[in-house]
Write a protein that binds this ligand. Structure first.
Ligand code: PEP
Length: 252
């Protein structure tokens, strides 16, 4: 039985005070129950203080990005070892905003995936198609290529402690959500693709859905057999919204 994971990607929002209030509201309202895990991914400047606030709680810390390099003259970059140092357990890699706005290639995403694991953290690898790609019927091809770029760099065993987030680009921040059936179809495909390499790894890997997930649609999505949680953007910025999704995970 796979544990459910609900991860909040705060993106470039908030302030020191806002992030402190957000995380204290989340920590105070974590639903009773087991079988699910919560992760918050604040902006980099607030990672250390959020780490202090969540210590001893059921909430884990994640980062939104990482450098693929270990150390050295990379102005403005943050090494995986540094994220580990401040208490991160997860790192989001390959988010569509980074692929589109910062021209991150699939090879770079694979290198970030590896850097995250080498530092002892779990990558949350984002994959997903644009609206044009969906309408052209190439969703599975696009996602297959995004997965293969990492698989060919790391091998299947690297996915044993990894998380994949299926995030249709057309559903991110738009209010449009994939239906549970649309999402399940892609999640099933991702798992089947991994199973071509190892059935055991494919069975264990957590596949999250991301794209305008909120309290109202979370239960339907989380009831699907291959949806193991959510990567949440907008609805992770208010404790009540995030906790409504956590509640749906606790009930699943
Ligand atoms: C995201 O950016 O990862 C995301 C899922 O955003 P939203 O929930 O706002 O669509």
């Amino acid at each position: 039985m796979r544990e459910l994971l609900v991860a909040g990607n705060w993106k470039m929002n908030g302030s020191d005070a806002v992030s402190a209030a957000l995380v204290s509201g989340i920590v105070a309202g974590v639903p009773e129950g087991s079988g699910f895990r919560l992760v918050v991914c604040p902006p980099f400047p607030y990672l250390a203080s959020v780490a202090g606030q969540i210590a001893g709680s059921q909430v884990a810390l994640g980062a939104q990005n990482v450098s693929e390099h270990e150390v050295g003259a990379f102005t403005g970059e943050t090494a995986a070892s540094m994220l580990k140092d401040v208490g991160c357990e997860y790192v989001i890699v390959g988010h569509s905003e980074r692929r589109a706005m910062y021209s991150e290639s699939s090879d770079q995403v694979a290198a970030k995936f590896q850097a995250t694991q080498s530092a002892g953290m779990t990558p949350i690898l984002c994959v997903g198609e644009t609206l044009e790609e969906r309408e052209a019927g190439t969703t599975e091809t696009v996602i297959g290529e995004q997965l293969d770029a990492v698989l060919s760099a790391t091998g299947i065993d690297a996915f044993e402690p990894a998380v994949i987030a299926y995030e249709p680009v057309w559903a991110i921040g738009t209010g449009l959500t994939a239906t549970p059936e649309q999402a399940q179809d892609v999640h099933r495909h991702i798992r089947a693709r991994l199973a071509e390499h190892s059935v055991a790894v494919a069975e264990n890997v957590q596949i999250l859905y991301g794209g305008s997930m909120k309290g109202e649609n979370a239960s339907g999505l989380l009831s699907m057999p291959d949806i193991d949680g959510g990567l949440i953007g907008g609805a992770s910025l208010k404790p009540s919204d995030f906790l409504a999704i956590a509640e749906a995970a606790a009930q699943s």
